[in-house]
Design a protein around this ligand. Structure first.
Ligand SMILES: O=C(CO)[C@@H](O)[C@H](O)COP(=O)(O)O
Length: 245
């Protein structure tokens, strides 16, 4: 098997290496009737990345959005990185569809594919950053065997499927373990966290080694204005600036 190289319709990796920390609001908490406007507003408010949750009602018990919506955001004019988190099984067909739709980063769960290495190769062959996602009770062991292909390790700090859940504290030790793994291997790999991230816990999460933060309900909520989104994102950045490295 040799994954065919795929040409991407969009290249939006512009904030990968130039910032210490990336803030990625999850559009799962957006007002979907106004999705383009919501994404414009959160980017104007200072978000770095658009976190895009894809759920299939099979791998996780919820059903959300697919590649058509990703393409629609690109057609709307979104040039920021789109961070596609696949909560689908199987994953390979979806990978090709999202590469074509303009995804920048694509992550998937190792349990959702029979061939982790092949799925990572498919993503990288399409010019996207590739990552693995680890559920709260899933060991990081798989990562050791594909470290050279990982641009992102994404730790779920809630069980995947829904926004608005409480952060699972055991994820902090896992983040420390993942940070050690990344540093010891000298990798250019982001450590991302997803679930229950708020202004009042982001500093502790950062101090555990995380450098990319997904936050849905903490940012995308009423009154859904640029000013309100900016207030939360600025407060998160202030906490991050105070974190001990
Ligand atoms: O992937 C998921 C949930 O499965 C997340 O991206 C959530 O959307 C995060 O939402 P909050 O916990 O920040 O509200």
């Amino acid at each position: 098997f040799a994954p065919a190289p795929v040409t991407r319709s969009s290249t939006a990796l512009n904030v990968w290496g130039d910032k210490d920390y990336l803030i990625a609001p999850s559009i799962l908490s957006a007002d979907f009737a106004k999705l383009g406007e919501e994404v414009d507003n959160m980017l104007e408010a200072g978000a770095d990345v658009v976190h895009f949750d894809v759920m299939d009602n099979h791998y996780v018990p919820n059903l959300t959005i697919g590649p058509m919506v990703c393409k629609a955001l690109r057609d709307h004019g979104v040039t920021a990185p789109i961070d596609v988190h696949l909560m689908v099984s199987p994953v390979d067909a979806a990978i090709g569809d999202f590469i074509d739709a303009g995804a920048s980063y694509i992550t998937f769960h190792p349990e959702a594919t029979n061939h982790v290495d092949r799925s990572l190769q498919l993503i990288k062959g399409g010019g996207c950053k590739a990552g693995l996602v680890f559920n709260p009770a899933t060991s990081l062991d798989v990562a050791k065997f594909v470290l050279d292909k990982l641009d992102i390790i994404l730790l779920m700090s809630v069980n995947p499927g829904f926004g608005g859940q409480a952060f699972i504290p055991a994820t902090l030790d896992k983040a420390k373990e993942a940070r050690k793994m990344i540093d010891e291997a000298g990798l250019d790999c982001r450590l991302e966290i997803d679930g229950g991230v708020k202004v009042d816990n982001i500093k502790e999460v950062c101090e555990a080694g995380v450098d990319m933060f997904v936050a849905g309900s903490a940012i995308l909520k009423e009154p859904r204005t640029v000013e309100a989104y900016k207030e939360t994102i600025d407060a998160m950045r202030k906490e991050l600036a105070a974190a001990e490295k």
